[in-house]
Design a protein around this ligand. Structure first.
Ligand SMILES: Nc1ncnc2c1ncn2[C@@H]1O[C@H](COP(=O)(O)OP(=O)(O)OP(=O)(O)O)[C@@H](O)[C@H]1O
Ligand SMILES: [Mg+2]
Length: 502
């Protein structure tokens, strides 16, 4: 039995209470505590705040020099697999103890054999999540750049690979390829050993990729029945005449290839057709579409992660690859031709943007809303939560949120995620790199997790950091414009931007 850390004080309820701290060294904000309740047994709580008060009477009663009052939120007790709140209030004067690790793990709903993502708060309690919920009910990982999104995604990928869950990784920066190699682990506080996953990861790249030589396999697609919208996006075709001619040509075709469309357009009597023919020929020559394309069934295989390396590929082609591959896998999954698995989408704001539409938007929305029925899960990762389609984010039952500071992104998190309190939003702004707030239906209450060290090697996406720097520059410029419009504040803000010309 651990020693007493405080005594319940003042009025209490079954949801919250306050206690006078009698052992100031062993109580911190966020600590898990337990209290005995005659009707319910041990009940778990968490310290939400500690305040120092001047109260000579309390100081005398509890023999403490400095009176610290801790506010505690009652979490409850687990009974028959469900979290229950106590039925009666706690008694003032009762002892408060530090909760043992196993009581915390059991009450919060961590699973013995679950996906190990890290340690709870400041404790040594391993946070393990139910793999079925994680995979089938979608996960999102949201945070500002450099806070540890890809690192955390890598931790979950390692855990899922060890359970042989089929994975498809959409990797715009080629940052998961390093997972083939073991990482370097400096301290062993998390109790994991280095390991690489070379035998489990298969890297695919489109034939036009500058990295095709380092890929394990080529990824090509069937160029059949590309829609007018897809062809327009791929070619960047702006001319309304050329677009109209494209629609006209497609009306007469069935089960067509790009060559068939070119032939059809050639037969049209209109001088504007040459722009269209040029654009279509460029797509045909891209080499992405082949008569014998990659069998997409091989992308979702038990025990393997297929990684699509999209470095150096134009955004429109990236979007088309994502759209075609995922919609095909969804169809195959519905027919039971591939096993249940998970699709990891990095830079999700590019593939499922909130405002404009890309060719991949619809399929990601569909998998987000219907994937779970057919055993196809999504892991959506983004550094700009505000720019990701809300319909996709709101379908993610497990949310892993690392540090976010941008007010628009914080707003998007508040709106899109159920159960996020104002207190948690403040916490999200201050999370250190590698710490996350995890919200999951299995957990009942959101928890702060120090994400465990990676077993495999992590490589950072430098180009993303560059993008974020650019975004910050734009935001600063907007602020400077505001300075121009608000002359009264000019003095202070001008000083802030002294180094930059306005
Ligand atoms: N759990 C962790 N333990 C140890 N180091 C971490 C952890 N999480 C992140 N880091 C460190 O922070 C760095 C940035 O992490 P990561 O590359 O995952 O950021 P990111 O959020 O994906 O950034 P970007 O938006 O640029 O892709 C890593 O290279 C690593 O050094
Ligand atoms: Mg990243």
């Amino acid at each position: 039995m651990r020693s007493v850390i405080g005594k319940i004080h003042g009025s209490t309820s079954s949801f919250e209470f306050e206690f006078v701290v009698t052992n100031s060294k062993s109580v911190k904000r966020g600590d898990y505590i337990k209290v005995w309740n005659d009707k319910d047994g041990w009940v778990l709580g968490q310290v939400s705040e500690i305040i120092a008060v001047e109260n000579p009477k309390l100081s005398d009663i509890y023999k403490v020099k400095e009176v610290l009052i801790a506010k505690a939120r009652v979490i409850g007790k687990r009974e028959f697999g469900k979290l229950k709140m106590p039925t009666s209030p706690f008694i003032p004067g009762d002892n408060v103890y530090t909760a043992e690790d196993n009581l915390v793990a059991e009450t919060l709903g961590f699973v013995e054999e679950g996906v190990y993502i890290g340690l709870l708060g400041d404790t040594c309690v391993k946070v393990k999540l139910n793999p079925n919920t994680l995979v089938q009910k979608h996960v999102c990982i949201l945070a500002k750049t450099g806070s540890g999104k890809s690192y955390t995604a890598g931790v979950i990928i390692e855990e899922l690979l060890e359970r042989n869950v089929p994975l498809l990784i959409i990797d715009p920066h080629g940052e998961y390829i390093s997972m083939k190699k073991p990482g370097k682990i400096r301290s062993n506080e998390f109790g994991v050993e280095p390991r690489g996953y070379a035998e489990k990861i298969v890297v695919y790249a489109p034939p036009t990729s500058p990295f095709i030589d380092s890929a394990d396999k080529e990824l090509s697609l069937e160029g059949v029945e590309l829609t007018a919208e897809e062809l327009i996006e791929l070619s960047g075709l702006k001319s309304p005449t050329a677009q109209a001619l494209l629609y006209q040509a497609l009306r007469n075709l069935k089960n067509y290839t790009i060559a068939d469309i070119i032939e059809e357009v050639e037969s049209i009597r209109h001088s504007g057709k040459w722009t269209l023919i040029g654009a279509l020929s460029k797509i045909e020559k891209s080499g992405l579409f082949k008569q014998k394309p990659t069998d997409l069934r091989t992308l979702l295989v038990r025990g393997k992660a297929s990684l699509i390396d999209l470095r150096g590929i134009e955004p429109a082609y990236q979007s088309l690859i994502v759209s075609r591959v995922i919609s095909k896998l969804f169809e195959l999954r519905k027919r039971g031709e591939v096993e249940p698995g998970m699709i990891v989408v990095e830079e999700a704001h590019n593939f499922a943007p909130e405002r404009e539409k890309t060719v991949s938007s619809n399929v990601l929305r569909t998998v987000a809303s219907e994937g779970r029925k057919f055993g196809l899960g999504l892991m959506v990762i983004s550094q700009r939560p505000a720019r990701v389609d809300k319909n996709v984010i709101s379908q993610c039952n497990t949310q892993i949120i690392l540090r976010v500071t941008n007010p628009n992104d914080l707003n998007a998190i508040k709106k899109g995620i159920e159960g996020i309190t104002a207190e948690m939003v403040e916490e999200i702004k201050r999370l250190p790199t590698g710490s996350a707030i995890v919200v999951s239906p299995e957990l009942e209450v959101p928890v702060v997790v120090r994400v465990r060290v990676r077993k495999s090697q992590h490589s950072e996406a430098t180009s993303v950091l560059e993008e974020e720097k650019e975004a910050e520059m734009v935001e600063k410029t907007e602020l400077e414009e505001k300075v121009e419009k608000e002359p009264e504040k000019k003095g202070i803000l001008r000083r802030l931007f002294r180094g930059r010309k306005s």
